[in-house]
Write a protein that binds this ligand. Structure first.
Ligand code: HSE
Length: 322
């Protein structure tokens, strides 16, 4: 695995994210510490942006820079800066499963834009990179929502007032807020999970969802764990999408019995998450959820993490696979 040698090369890590956070469909998300994707960007003599290697994708990702999420984001940035003839080589090291609900394509898009921006001397701030990373992600799932890209780029818990205007705000993260995120080994295409949602929703559901979203935001701002817990409910997407996740409600009951504040689907699924007060409860909730999937049996990976407040960042090297 490569190690950054000098300023002619940059290695970045972009973390997984939990989108929606139950009641914030398309408008709320947070980053976790692991897993995530790595991208190496380096200067090259030959003009233009090229992908020189992709690992961890089972050969599924295109090497064509115009088609790969990471380089679509980077190219959009270079185009904006009038620098498309810069010689840049990109290596992509995927460490996140596809169709996992962990924001895999968002992480690659963010990493692509961020790595190239760093390599060329950081002309733009993280916040200014948001539209370019969004273009990259949209090239993968065709939808325009910043609830993965936002927290992956900026870190923390990010609320999006308007996805078209990309009007986003970072929320304070209560001390001791942890997440157990469990990925069962099935794949759900975001496109499919979006198609099963209704175009219109009853007013009563909208009112409930707005109440819960407002409650969750207030709970986060005031570090009020009771209010956070009462607010983690999704009456719009979860009731429809849970069908795609085996034993979803069993897993939910197990997480809540372990003391979680709340439980729902991470993004479009199949990953699920439990928000918890403290690491210990998060570990217990993670174990309880994994036990439900193991009983099916359905293999799964458990990630216990505080909210990652850094977002995408430069790293010294890419760790070996465990
Ligand atoms: N908010 C999106 C969804 C996240 O739930 O479809 C998936 O990328």
């Amino acid at each position: 695995m490569p190690t950054a040698k000098d300023s002619s090369e940059v290695i970045v890590f972009a973390p997984a994210t939990v989108a929606n956070v139950a009641c914030g469909y398309d408008v709320l998300g947070f980053a976790i510490d692991e897993p995530g994707d790595y991208i190496v960007a380096r200067h090259a003599d030959k003009p233009g942006l090229r992908i020189t290697a992709i690992t961890g994708d089972d050969g599924k990702l295109p090497l064509d820079p115009e088609k790969n999420t990471a380089t679509v984001a980077a190219l959009d940035l270079l185009h904006h800066l009038g620098m498309t003839d810069r010689g840049i080589e990109i290596e992509i090291h995927k460490r996140m499963p596809f169709g996992s609900g962990l924001g895999s394509s968002a992480a690659s898009a963010v990493a692509g834009a961020y790595a190239v921006n760093k390599l060329i001397g950081e002309p733009l701030s993280k916040m200014q990179l948001l539209p370019f990373a969004m273009t990259g992600e949209a090239s993968a799932d065709g939808a325009w929502h910043a609830d993965n890209v936002g927290p992956c780029l900026l870190g923390g818990i990010v609320f999006i007032r308007d996805n078209d205007e990309l009007d986003v705000a970072q929320l304070p993260v209560p001390k001791n807020l942890w997440a157990a995120v469990v990925h069962p080994d099935i794949e759900i295409l975001t496109k499919v999970a979006r198609e099963i949602l209704p175009k219109d929703i009853p007013l009563a559901n909208a009112t409930q969802q707005i109440g819960n979203l407002g409650g969750l935001l207030c709970g986060l701002i005031q570090s009020d764990y009771g209010l956070i817990s009462r607010s983690i409910h999704d009456v719009i997407a979860e009731p429809r999408r849970q069908k795609l996740i085996p034993d979803f409600y069993k897993a939910k009951r197990a997480a809540m019995a372990a003391g979680a504040l709340g439980f729902s689907i991470s993004g479009a699924g199949p990953s699920v998450f439990a928000l918890c007060e403290g690491k210990e409860i998060a570990e217990e909730a993670g174990e309880a959820i994994a036990k439900v999937f193991n009983t099916i049996p359905l293999s799964n990976q458990v990630h216990i993490s505080p909210v990652n407040q850094k977002g995408v960042q430069v790293v010294d090297k890419i760790p070996e696979l465990k």
